[in-house]
Design a protein around this ligand. Structure first.
Ligand SMILES: Cc1cc2nc3c(=O)[nH]c(=O)nc-3n(C[C@H](O)[C@H](O)[C@H](O)COP(=O)(O)OP(=O)(O)OC[C@H]3O[C@@H](n4cnc5c(N)ncnc54)[C@H](O)[C@@H]3O)c2cc1C
Length: 482
């Protein structure tokens, strides 16, 4: 028997099975947008995903789309009546382009339920329907899918990624590509290509400099799950009589009365319920499916790039979900609740890949307008620990505040044709707290996919040679808000 601790180097002959213009690794939140944008801009595009479906955290992790944008058109009648909508729609909208199209399609097809306006909005979806919508969108745009495939390694030619090695039931194969986009969430392919990265809190974070966080600390993993057979009307009626059990959802800011009204007219209503036992506080999001809610968030501290931690997290979080549900059943409306859907744990933070620019929290907070900005974000910092002066998102962020995302933060350092999108783009831990919510990840995906296609069209081999004005104009023409 082999002894644990020894190691072997193995050479596996691998055929090049495909050639493509743009290759996207990871079909999650950012990856689907990257693939759609590349294909719609005329590039032959392949999307590689380890699971048999797309959507990443949105489908596999039950996460909502925290939009911090107005998601569609003009306000409806009841929305226009609300004081908050004195704001002009164009002033609150953060995301446009394919990101907005996706959000609009979720709502118009009944797959998602969303709230509107203010400096924020949420969309929560039926994950199975969302998976199908994403397949439809890929087919419409001509993206070639390679599902059930792990991206595991790279073939380098000098400073270029000439191909990516994928492992599946078919064996170990290579896909050759002109432009490569790492959308794995953990920067798996960037690491294989030798791009440096930080894990968790970086030495450049203000909290690390102030000594209130340790370099390497990571935001905890967590799990969002769906419960069925929940009578939320009964829960709301009980909360009205027991208002001390109502907690404001920090980023949605509904009062109990607003949330109840929203729920009763079939809109998105998000609340926190306070408990005496574990969980002390849990978040409830209603869905377009009657009797079904999404619940959040038992958490577990660990390293999402370590398979032992990931395995432990799945087991620990599964038992925490059971314990939470058992305790919740004592609440009016939750008596007959059952666990409906809990596909996997969610990893909030691992690597921050070093790009041509490392976005930091001061640039975000001061709204630095970069010449190569490829989109906006507007999410307050959502990670712990956070700097003291940004501890309370309710007071630290002015209304209708937004920040800019520079294209250089999507270009992997020292590699000619490799971009990185989603939560592991080039940002410090604190800046990542604003980038990691879904909508910002999607915006990065759309920009990188578009850039990859433009390079293909113009025969550009090094992403740095793409004129940034051309990229910005194309994005603006797609409806992206710069
Ligand atoms: C518990 C939890 C709750 C959250 N709640 C919210 C919320 O309510 N609202 C919000 O806006 N944000 C929320 N977030 C944050 C947000 O969901 C994520 O930060 C965001 O979705 C990350 O997008 P991504 O594209 O970087 O990664 P993902 O969406 O995780 O996509 C990565 C994709 O790559 C695939 N993949 C990974 N490695 C490989 C590989 N080597 N080869 C092939 N495929 C691979 C994965 O299967 C996945 O499909 C939450 C996060 C967590 C963990």
């Amino acid at each position: 028997m082999l002894k644990a601790g020894c190691s072997f180097s193995m050479t596996i002959e691998s055929p090049v099975v495909e050639e493509t213009d743009v290759l996207v690794l990871g079909g999650g939140t950012a990856g689907v947008l990257a693939a759609l944008a590349a294909a719609r801009n005329g590039a032959r595009t392949i999307l590689v995903e380890r699971y048999g479906y797309l959507g990443g955290m949105i489908t596999a992790g039950n996460a909502g789309l925290t939009m911090y944008m107005k998601f569609s058109g003009q306000p409806s009648e009841h929305e226009a009546d609300q004081k908050s909508l004195e704001t002009k729609p164009e002033e609150v909208q953060i995301a446009g382009g394919i990101t907005k199209e996706f959000a609009d399609r979720l709502i118009s097809s009944g797959i998602g339920i969303g709230n509107f306006g203010q400096a924020g909005s949420y969309i929560f979806t039926s994950s199975e329907d969302c998976k199908r919508l994403l397949f439809d969108m890929m087919a419409e745009s001509g993206v070639k899918l390679r599902l059930h495939s792990w991206a595991v390694d790279v073939v380098m030619e000098g400073n270029r990624v000439a191909g990516v090695v994928v492992e599946s039931k078919s064996g170990r194969e290579i896909i050759a590509a002109g432009m490569v986009i790492d959308a794995t969430g953990d920067g798996d392919i960037c690491v294989r290509a030798g791009v440096p990265s930080y894990l968790g809190v970086t030495p450049l974070d203000l909290t690390a400099k102030a000594g209130s966080a340790k370099v390497g600390d990571m935001h905890a993993m967590g799990v969002m799950f769906k419960a069925g057979n929940v009578d939320l009307q009964t829960t709301f009626d009980w909360l009205v009589k027991n208002p001390d059990r109502f907690g404001k959802q920090p980023f949605a800011r509904f009062t109990l009365e607003e949330a109840k009204e929203r729920f009763e007219r079939g809109d998105m209503a998000t609340i926190n319920i306070l408990m005496d036992e574990t969980p002390k506080r849990f978040q409830v999001y209603n869905l377009p499916i009657e009797g079904v809610v999404t619940l959040c968030c038992p958490s577990y501290k660990g390293d999402g790039t370590n398979v032992e931690d990931l395995s432990r997290a799945e087991v620990v979080l599964a038992s925490m979900v059971n314990r939470w549900l058992a305790n919740m059943r004592s609440l009016p409306g939750f008596g007959k609740a059952f666990l409906l859907d809990c596909p996997q744990i969610g990893v909030r933070e691992t690597r921050h890949i070093v790009g041509e620019h490392l976005l930091d929290i001061e640039e975000i907070f001061k709204q630095t307008d970069f010449p190569d900005s490829i989109g906006r974000g507007s999410h307050p910092i959502d990670t712990t620990p956070r700097p003291d002066w940004l501890r309370d998102p309710e007071t630290s962020y002015p209304p209708r505040w937004y920040f800019h995302i520079p294209f250089r933060s999507l270009i992997a350092k020292d590699v000619e044709n490799l971009m990185v999108v989603g939560r592991c783009m080039s940002a410090t831990h604190e800046a990542f707290g604003c980038i990691r919510p879904t909508v910002q990840c999607m915006i990065t995906g759309e920009a990188a996919g578009t850039a990859g296609a433009l390079c293909t069209k113009d025969g550009i081999g090094n992403i740095r040679a793409l004129p940034v004005d051309q990229l910005r104009k194309t994005l603006a023409d797609q409806g992206v808000l710069l």
